[in-house]
Design a binder for this molecule. Sequence first.
Ligand SMILES: NC(=O)c1ccc[n+]([C@@H]2O[C@H](COP(=O)([O-])OP(=O)(O)OC[C@H]3O[C@@H](n4cnc5c(N)ncnc54)[C@H](OP(=O)(O)O)[C@@H]3O)[C@@H](O)[C@H]2O)c1
Length: 346
Amino acid sequence: MEALVCRVIGDPTLPLSDSSPIVLSRSHPVPELNSPTAVRVRIYATSLNFANYLQILGKYQEKPPLPFIPGSDYSGIVESVGERVSRFRVGDKVCSMASLGSFAELIVADEKDLYLVPHGCDLVDAGALPVAFGTSHVALVHRAQLKAGQVLLILGAAGGVGLSAVQIGKVCGAVVIAVVRGDEKVKLLQSMGVDYVVDFTKENVIETVRRYLKTRGLKGVDVLYDPVGGKLTKESMKLLNWGAKILVIGFASGEVPVIPANIALVKNWTVHGLYWGSYRIHQPKILEDSLKELLSWLSKGLIKIKISHSYSLSEANLAFAAIKDRKAIGKVMIVLQNNSKPKSKL
Ligand SMILES: NC(=O)c1ccc[n+]([C@@H]2O[C@H](COP(=O)([O-])OP(=O)(O)OC[C@H]3O[C@@H](n4cnc5c(N)ncnc54)[C@H](OP(=O)(O)O)[C@@H]3O)[C@@H](O)[C@H]2O)c1
């Protein structure tokens, strides 16, 4: 089978060659059904997350031994099943999230980790959903218990997790304020019915958000969703209400922010560090219920997946460049089973 293999740590945006960190192996061994409840899935689409980029750079918290096949969430079609598999049949459309290995034609998962894609849902959308929407759903619904009418401030709001947080925030009935960079991202968020959008390269975030809150008769921000870190987090903390919740999602800026404990004490803030993937080990039921709810929202049209760029496996370096260069608006995908794939923007 074809698979993308990371042989050495390095920059995944370099053109694929014999000496690049990632290479396309055209005769990689097909993964075996390794237990009676194992399922082999022919991958249709797999998504790129910032974490996949960081992992190949050697900057992610999980550092697998080399060589490895990167990739986490995916959708596909069941190709074969172990003798004790009871929930799936060959031909079923499924999606899931692996620790590694989805940048390949085939992957093996235990049946408990697979989710049936509801009838009528697009398979590329299903492959884009688990990590980004799963993270935002567990963060906003389970951890922050976001309520209708609360003010939600989202940093990096046009990225993979950011755009999912925007939509989940709207489903929950929150007042959603999005912070992004550039006209194209501002326009998209406005078209999605976000209550207020700030381009932080043109406006002072604190002043403009305060002005907006005043016009709505609102005091401050109840929940901060932060996949960016750095200076933006520092500024956003000035907007938080008494009793606010801070969701620490990631550090796309490269800078881990400092959240002063003395101010957290005085203002009764709650800081939630959230590592979605670790729910699989520590609280799998929460993750399972969350993904089932998201798939049902997808089938009802309550959430929509915005695919920003779409590439083949052999173009993976371009996919990583879209993430690195902050060109993604929504999800960057690798589509393996679609000859009429949408044209990429790069
Ligand atoms: N905790 C978890 O379980 C979990 C799960 C998924 C993702 N994450 C983390 O969340 C973060 C975002 O992931 P993602 O997959 O949504 O990535 P993404 O699609 O690339 O989005 C990142 C966004 O961050 C903004 N950004 C601000 N400064 C940046 C910088 N210096 N470099 C790059 N982007 C910058 C960009 O928006 P502008 O250009 O508009 O500023 C970009 O749209 C990552 O740190 C990732 O590791 C965490």
